[in-house]
Every structure is written in C-alpha cells, then in structure tokens.
Write a protein of this length. Structure first.
Length: 85
C-alpha cells in the first residue's frame, strides 16, 4: 500500500485508477463492467472464484478494484464483431 505524501502524488494515484478502464480497451475492443463489493478479508476468495468461473465458461476477465474499500470490478472481455458460438 502506498499513501500519497502530497497533492501531486494524490493526483497521480487517482490518474492511474481512473485510467484503468481505458487501459483495458487495449486488451479487448469490448467489455462488460460489473460492480461488486466484497469484504476485504474475502477479496482473495472472490478473485479466485472469478478466475474459476472465467476458466469454466471460457471467458476472458480483467479485474479492476480498489481493495481498500472492497470494491471489485470484473470486466468480461469480448469482441462484439465476432458472432457467438
């Protein structure tokens, strides 16, 4: 964990967090954003379960989260130009 020591560092941390979703656009042309909250003590379990489901259903998933408050945003990646099979 890193705590900002001044306003400039605080702004850089927020810029990184706010850029996360647009960065996922480099991984996939389309994605569905989910919004969940889990107890921080269960974050590891939740991420493991997301990985298990991703594998079971052959879905690519990117996870964006701010773990300090338990907010988890799994993004299901897909290409809307491809037909479902």
């Amino acid at each position: 964990m890193r705590v900002a020591q001044n306003e400039d560092e605080r702004l850089r941390i927020w810029k990184g967090r706010k850029s996360a979703f647009s960065a996922v656009g480099r991984l996939s042309p389309d994605y569905v954003v989910n919004d969940g909250v889990v107890p921080r003590s269960q974050l590891g379990y939740a991420l493991s379960e997301i990985e298990r489901l991703s594998t079971a259903y052959n879905l690519r998933v990117a996870n964006v989260f701010h773990a300090g408050d338990g907010n988890l945003h799994p993004l299901i990646l897909y290409n809307g130009r491809e037909s479902a099979s």
